[in-house]
Design a protein around this ligand. Structure first.
Ligand code: NDP
Length: 462
């Protein structure tokens, strides 16, 4: 190892790469990490963090409206997009500095440069115009929004990256896609007062989630005033004489907007990095193929996070980084555990979910019990807001294990995190039942639904 400049060289300074670099450096390894854009990666710079800040920003109009029922008179509010963007930028810069400092504070070296593999132990740093060597190399370059070359006029469209920093808030926006990003941004823009239309090719938004959540969220979003067009795709985007955009849909409809945002998935960043030259195997979408320990087909080169296209979530990348350190540097081969991952969609209302949807459970288990409660959360009583909360548990009738928990409503993301623990631990519905309720909360429904709403036996609802 002494023959190399570093024990570990990490390419990509996002959540996964930074965690691996930090922990390896703290172990006393000689570590360097290269990032060509900004330390923090998608999550911190143009993903989860700014998104959540914008979600908060977009919720204020409802808070102001709800206040009246509680006796408050709120003077007419106004919103300044530029202030939000500037304040977001300040917070992101603060976090970026922390990410970099964390690596350096642990004894790692940071480079602001694109890094290209020269051979299995050599990395060319473009900004420095020099080549360094490392015993182990970790690729954590993440992903980026999937382009849509088939859409005529796609060059007029933006992605989530640009949505954060628009010069001005559009009057109207069309968002293509029905996944996490499309749904979250539809709620953000609508909350900020933008006329918002979601165009989704499938039958119901959020195809990977429980159908009850999907339908209820759809209904609530439409009630708020968001237009959701299912079974629809954009066929062309054209600039109008007024400088706006006309979106022609396959349904014959034409929508006019100031921005069109594409949110049709994300693809791995693997181009022009020298991967092919070194012989690293890539999958169909360009993702780096890895084994269960995140090792590529070249045994000293590893890959974690979105670049491997396994589960595109920040905590998963961080978990994969920790497992990589155990395997590569602690002689403790540890495969990341991708089972029963809690997740949230920061829609309005929020979705929090862990485990199997009802439909997936029915395919795997012959006897499934569904416990379901739909109610108006207490905070919406005095406010008069006509919005329901949904709580649903999916239970395997044979083992009594809770195999799915799904929530739509305020703080559902926070609840999903806590529900991740009993589901991961394999606790049963009886464990839920003997847990004392916390009153008055919405979450108490989780431990007070004693009788199944219905059962599904061999695919038949009884
Ligand atoms: P998703 O995979 O969640 O959704 C992509 C959407 O685009 C789906 O509705 C899909 O339809 C649709 N789609 C795909 N191809 C086309 C096409 N050619 N034309 C029209 N529609 C198309 O991806 P996102 O871009 O929303 O987000 C990427 C990932 O980032 C997520 O999967 C998630 O892992 C992560 N993320 C997580 C967040 C969180 O944790 N809160 C927030 C944001 C992102 P269909 O359903 O029919 O396939």
């Amino acid at each position: 190892m002494a023959g190399y400049d570093y024990d570990l060289f990490v390419i990509g300074g996002g959540s996964g790469g930074v965690r691996a670099a930090r922990v390896a450096a703290a172990l006393g390894k000689r570590v360097a990490i290269a990032e060509e854009y900004r330390f923090g990666g998608t999550c911190v710079i143009r993903g989860c963090v700014p998104k959540k800040l914008y979600v908060y920003a977009s919720q204020f109009p409802e808070h102001f409206a709800d206040a009246a029922g509680y006796g408050w008179t709120v003077p007419e509010a106004s919103f300044d997009w530029q202030t939000l963007v500037a304040n977001k930028d300040k917070e992101i810069a603060r976090l970026e500095a922390i990410y970099k400092r964390n690596v350096e504070g642990s004894g790692g070296e940071t480079f602001h440069s694109r890094a290209v593999l020269v051979d299995r132990h050599s990395i060319y740093l473009v900004a420095e115009d020099r080549t360094v060597s490392a015993d182990q190399i970790l690729i954590a370059t993440g992903g980026r929004p999937a382009p849509h070359p088939a859409l005529s006029g796609h060059e007029y469209c933006i992605f989530s990256n640009e949505a954060f920093d628009l010069k001005e808030l559009p009057k109207a926006i069309v968002i293509e896609g029905g996944g996490y990003i499309a749904v979250e941004f539809a709620n953000i823009f609508h909350g900020l007062g933008v006329d918002t239309t979601l165009v989704y090719r499938g039958q119901e938004i959020l195809s990977r989630f429980d159908i009850d959540l999907r339908r209820s969220l759809h209904e609530t979003m439409e009630k708020k005033g968001i237009r959701i067009l299912c079974h629809a795709v954009s066929e062309s985007v054209r600039k109008t004489a007024e400088g706006r955009l006309d979106v022609q849909l396959n349904t014959g409809q034409t929508l006019t907007a100031d921005q069109v945002m594409l949110a049709i998935g994300r693809i791995p960043n693997t181009e022009n990095m020298g991967l092919e030259g070194v012989g690293i195997e890539l999958g169909k979408t360009g993702a780096i193929v890895v084994d269960q320990y995140s090792r590529t087909n070249i045994d000293n080169i590893w890959a974690i996070g979105d670049v491997t296209h396994r589960v595109q979530l920040t905590p998963v990348a961080i978990h994969e980084a920790i497992c990589f350190i155990e395997t590569a540097f602690k002689d403790n081969p540890t495969a990341p555990d991708h089972d029963t991952i809690p997740t949230a969609v920061f829609s309005q209302p929020e979705i929090g979910t862990v485990g199997l949807s009802e439909d997936d459970a029915i395919k795997r288990y012959p006897d499934v019990e569904i416990y379901r409660a739909s109610f108006r959360p207490m905070r919406h009583t005095l406010s008069g807001r006509d919005e329901k909360m949904l709580i649903k548990l999916v239970v395997d009738g044979a083992s009594r294990k809770v195999i799915g928990a799904h929530i739509l409503g305020p703080d559902a993301g926070e609840m999903a995190q806590l529900l991740g623990i009993p589901l991961k631990a394999g606790l049963t519905k009886d464990d839920f039942d003997r847990t004392m309720a916390v009153h008055p909360t919405a979450a108490e429904e989780l431990v007070t639904m004693y009788k199944p709403t219905y059962r599904v036996k061999n695919g038949e609802r009884v």
